[in-house]
Design a protein around this ligand. Sequence first.
Ligand code: SF4
Ligand code: SF4
Ligand code: SF4
Length: 404
Amino acid sequence: MDWDKVYKAYDGKRCSAELDLMGQINILSNAKIVKTLNVLLIGISKCNLACNYCYCRHEQMQIMDVKSFITIFNKLNRYFASDVEFHLVFHGGEPLLLGKSFYRVVFSFLKGQQRAFHTSIQTNLTLLDEEFMSIFTANNCTVGTSIDGSKLMHDTNRIYKDGRGTYDDVLRAVNALEADEAPFGGFVVTLNDTNIASAENLYDSLRCFRGASIGFSIVFKSTDTSETILDSEQLGGFLVDLFDIWVHDDSPLRLTFFENIIRNCLGINLCPECTFSKQCADNFLAINALGDVFTCCDFEGMQKFSYGNILSSDFQDIWESPIRRALLDRLSKRTISQECCECEHFDICNSGCMAKTTRGFSDRDCYCFAYRMLFSHIRGQLPALIACTHRISEALAGDEMKNI
Ligand code: SF4
Ligand code: SF4
Ligand code: SF4
């Protein structure tokens, strides 16, 4: 894209979030649409850290061996049409605890496969060393991690078992990945009561990661405990403030949470982020070390939400399980709450995350109030955002558009 022309079209006023939005719309509209199946492999139940908000529920150590991985891959490979691209995400617990030989054998097996796939690992990075880095780089496996903001914000919750904070070690590993030019997948920021106290402080603390993709995960205990942890009104105020800082930043961070909401507002939701997508149960699968299948990590460990066991069952029975059917019916048959059915923001929200409900699948996302605040605020700004993108679009009409 000819960015000089874009800037000129915008009367020299630089509002990069809008320009970035424009670029993404064009990329999306020209992109070949590939259906992706995100397979979260919860290969190990244990972790070397003891984060205060950790969701790991297992007392017993569960480890996925290479044989199980191959069985899982082969079953998925046989079941899904060849144009479905697999995104295999090594998750945990802490997935580096599976050891180097696990990854060496797994990547060597994957090299022989015809299926289009991409691999990534979501790790706390504290165990990353040169050898791990070279394995992931050699196999084009994208490395993603978690950071909760400043050192103080991060070290309040993301700690070793002896209570020490992990921020310095995470940053050291991020710098090593950068120096090694390893494929880096960005950060997940867990929004919690420490880092939502000030949108400005959190945004400032993330500025050093400009250019990297930054996603949000909102802390939530579990569907079973009905505990939401964050105050929804406080969260809503925080998200509104953060959106304003982001949209007015001359050189904005890549906050995928907002980017995806804007895409939904414009009716072009082709994004993989799950919370406001229509049917995460169609695009996500989480499989633990024992082979039990769930929609995602948020349900893992709660057997009543399991689709079945992939190692011992036919995959068709798992994919057509009554639990998955109930999750799909939630939106398609509108078995959700009356509030959602009548909500003016339903087209953006799609009832939010079904793991974050408190009274079963038919309920709303427990952070509904916060989302309503944010959606109303963003909708109020959309005309300006759209007018801007139209003007840029007109200025670029012609061959340049095809060159994106
Ligand atoms: S790094 Fe992840 S799995 Fe490990 S303790 Fe922290 S939240 Fe739990
Ligand atoms: S249940 Fe929630 S966290 Fe899990 S994939 Fe769906 S939207 Fe995402
Ligand atoms: S904002 Fe609340 S009521 Fe509206 S669709 Fe989302 S969860 Fe349902």
